[in-house]
Design a protein around this ligand. Sequence first.
Ligand code: GUN
Ligand code: ZN
Length: 437
Amino acid sequence: MSKLLIGQTLEALADPFEVPPEAAFRHRARGGVLISEGRIAAVDEADALRARASEVVDHGDALILPGFVDAHVHYPQTRIIASWGKRLIDWLESYTFPEEARFGDSAYARAVAGDYLDLALAHGTTTMCSYGTIHPGSVEALFEAADARGMRVLAGKTCMDRNAPEDLRDTALSAYDDSKALLERWHGVGRLGYVITPRFAPTSTPEQLEALGALWAEHPGCLMQTHLSEQVEEIAWVRELYPEARDYLDVYERFGLLGARGVYGHAIHLEPREVDRLAEVGAGLAHCPTSNTFIGSGLMRVAALKARGIGMGLATDTGGGSSFSMLRTMAAAYEVGQLGGTALHPAQLVWLATAGAADVLHLADKIGRLAPGREADLCVLDLASTHAIAQRAARAEDLWQTLFPTLMMGDDRAIARVYVGGEAAEVASGQAQVDDR
Ligand code: GUN
Ligand code: ZN
């Protein structure tokens, strides 16, 4: 049983930050993606694949892309997205911590996890790397909801043993034990992966960072995620808390929390030494442009960091980020690039939201590219989903010009279909039932 999807297709050939962007993708105006047993069996001209298909789904002029990969989110912040008026530390204390405290109730965690994944799918996102709360049950809830939907999801228990409310604090030992138990229970089960997750340097004691560094050394195949140099007040605070460290990144390095499987969110106000070290160790960065503007953090220097060969994936940073949509996030990345003097090419935006993010999450052999052998997690984009977009796209002279209005102005209405493991996902449309107990 092979299913053939027909539409426009884009195959990533190289990193568009390293080769001319137009040369980084192969575009087929009438392409086909042949799916067999949940994986991509072939990508070619549609007509060349018809004979091998037992079922054909024709998406017309729509663009078949890999499902979006969101490199950094906090699913427990779903209900507080778009909360007004605070910068990072106040935002955490006013909105985030009170909401995260609710995840001690596993039923609440399950309700939000399911709702979040449905929202992500409705926006074309098929994989994300999420923080939980300090409660192990918050991670279990997301993994169970992902498993029920057949999704490839990465997540970890957020660890904090200081500078957080009493009911949101673990200890160095319990963080180690709980993370280890979750890792042993879930890592590599089905399509799930465990991520060791110290929230950020200010909310961990040196003892906790050391314990999590030890856990990572014992399980080097896992990812480790945390936050780095997001806001100037935060960096000053880190300097006070860790006066012996050379800089923010050095705090992590001292405790064994710097490595190629590390994913560092934000990375806006980096010192030259930190950039050198990130490049040397091959660490990955998550670019969170809607969050960086929404919380007032600053402008990440995407082009300069990519020019140093540093891996980077795009991320919504739900709910510091102000959207669930990777399209909206690409628009923000473009705007932030412009403010920093670089107009990112649409090929670069698509790369950051698919292959770039998959690479940073060390899932390049599984997702993020339309290529044989990859899991068939796909997003089909309607490139004329609204009147505003359609009238602009009608003027386009090539694929990139056709796509760019959707990247700038598109939302969930542009997501014509999502496939998870080769099956059309049931995407909740319109007003979801919100269980807000
Ligand atoms: N730094 C530490 N925790 C968080 C968080 O939840 N969101 C963001 N944007 N930054 C953080
Ligand atoms: Zn974050």
